[in-house]
Design a protein around this ligand. Structure first.
Ligand code: ADP
Ligand code: ADP
Length: 231
């Protein structure tokens, strides 16, 4: 049983007289709990593919299915409900709300989902403990280090217990050592919570930590490695 599948995805951008084909017949799927890395150089179409997988952008051709349901056949309200309930997003620049504390940032998706405030705060605290930030609950993003901010962003993406997290260069603005720590955290949380991860990155060392590695080049996706090299 596949969790998320894209089938024959193509994407063109029309820019005045230019017609750029970014994705050319891309198909792949993600199993429950699986960690997939998509490698590719800058401009290869990684963000475009991730946005299509998350239903944030429409392909020119092809289909994305979540648990067998077609994303682009859904009404906008259904798609947004599916995204809020079952998907988490992590970006290179954390997109935390500057005027809110770490705890409030993490509680936000639960509150938006209609959870009672006291319960949302309890769950947000527990998720921040999971990422090792129990001592930073009332800090605002500007009062946190880059690695800490990214851990808050991870806690926010996971607090709703999504089935899949889509991450776009989640460590792109961190130094290598902090980046590795953040990847190790993502990996162990994925295992503990049985959450699938699709991570796009240009960093081979980070991609190596995931279960399966694909590469995007000239609009096409190919397999680099399947199964773990580590025991
Ligand atoms: P990556 O994430 O691998 O750096 P992107 O998916 O962001 O690549 O972009 C792939 C290509 O598509 C780039 O050449 C980029 O300029 C182009 N592109 C991305 N978004 C748009 C857009 N909205 N309009 C036109 N071209 C775009
Ligand atoms: P990029 O990595 O492509 O340079 P960003 O990381 O700044 O872009 O943002 C990710 C993209 O996803 C943006 O195009 C933004 O509009 C979109 N986006 C971010 N969060 C959401 C959301 N919750 N719902 C819809 N679209 C979103």
């Amino acid at each position: 049983e596949q969790l998320l599948a894209c089938r024959h995805i193509s994407k063109h951008y029309h820019d005045g007289e230019n017609n750029t084909q970014v994705l050319n017949d891309v198909s792949f799927s993600v199993s429950p709990g699986e960690q997939v890395a998509i490698l590719g150089s800058s401009g290869s179409g990684k963000s475009t593919l991730l946005h299509i997988l998350g239903g944030l952008d429409k392909p020119s051709q092809g289909e994305v299915e979540f648990q067998g349901q077609s994303l682009f056949g859904m009404k906008a309200s259904e798609l947004s409900r599916l995204r809020n309930r079952h998907m988490g997003f992590i970006y290179q620049f954390h997109h935390l709300l500057a005027e809110f504390s770490a705890l409030e940032n993490v509680a936000m998706p639960l509150l938006i989902g209609g959870m009672k405030e006291s319960e949302a705060i309890t769950q947000a605290k527990s998720m921040l403990e999971h990422v090792g930030l129990q001592h930073r609950l009332s800090h605002k993003p500007s009062e946190l280090s880059g690695g800490e901010r990214q851990r808050v962003a991870i806690a926010r993406a996971l607090v709703t217990r999504p089935s899949v997290v889509l991450a776009d260069e989640p460590t792109g603005n961190l130094d290598h050592k902090t980046g590795l720590q953040v990847y190790n955290l993502l990996k162990s949380l994925s295992e503990q919570l049985n959450t699938s991860f699709v991570v796009v990155t240009h960093d081979n060392a980070l991609a190596d930590k995931m279960d399966r590695v694909l590469t995007l080049q000239d609009g096409q996706l190919s397999l680099v490695r399947e199964g773990s090299e580590l025991s």
